[in-house]
Design a protein. Structure first.
Length: 204
């Protein structure tokens, strides 16, 4: 009797990244900005769920669950010796520019030297675990919308004009006291985020 072939179980992969959580007040401000910019005729624009916006420091891709512990230890190493610091969310723009808008972003200011040190520490700690170092310069920002590939140059330009004529002068303070390892589960309704571990700044 054929008992069949035993198929080895493939461990579940976790799509993950390291990020700084935003306060609820800032998320509400970003939601208000989205309502101001969103138009029915701009169906070529994909909006990021403001409730799930984070300041991403390192995207890891798919990892096996068993690596969560060593990744958390690397986060502790990266945060060691760094005290909590303050960031500020304000300003609006687009990459690569308003005339060819592809990504709409909100700016991040404040103690950027400390943020840069934290990001570099994370990059170095994760390189020791085999993760690829970031090749592009770290430009802190919050992505609020992406323009789909199929959008015409005219559509991009008109949307860029709207972004350029919209002011986002509200300032939201972000007290950075910890970094988080996040899980991102992609669903038809959008990404679902789950916190896997938290590492505080300062003495461990």
């Amino acid at each position: 009797m054929d008992r069949g072939v035993e198929v080895p179980r493939i461990p579940e992969q976790i799509r993950s990244f390291v990020a700084i959580e935003l306060p609820e007040e800032a998320k509400k401000g970003l939601a208000s900005l989205r309502r101001e910019l969103e138009r029915d005729e701009h169906r070529f624009v994909k909006w990021v769920d403001t409730g799930g916006i984070h300041l991403t420091l390192k995207f890891l891709g798919n990892i096996p669950p068993k690596r969560v512990t060593e990744i958390t230890e690397a986060m502790k190493k990266a945060a060691q010796g760094l005290s909590p610091f303050l960031l500020e969310i304000s300003g609006l723009g687009a990459f690569p520019g308003l005339k060819q808008a592809r990504v709409v972003w909100v700016g991040v200011g404040g103690e950027l030297d400390k943020l840069s040190t934290l990001q570099q520490n994370i990059d170095s700690a994760f390189a020791a675990l085999g993760f690829t170092r970031e090749q592009r310069p770290f430009v802190p920002h919050l992505t609020v919308a992406r323009v789909r590939e199929g959008a015409s140059a005219s559509e991009r330009g008109k949307f860029g004009e709207l972004v350029g004529s919209t002011t986002f002068e509200d300032r939201y303070a972000v007290e950075v006291e910890a970094i988080k390892l996040m899980r991102s589960q992609l669903t038809p309704a959008g990404a679902i985020y789950t916190c896997l571990s938290v590492v505080g700044l300062g003495p461990q």
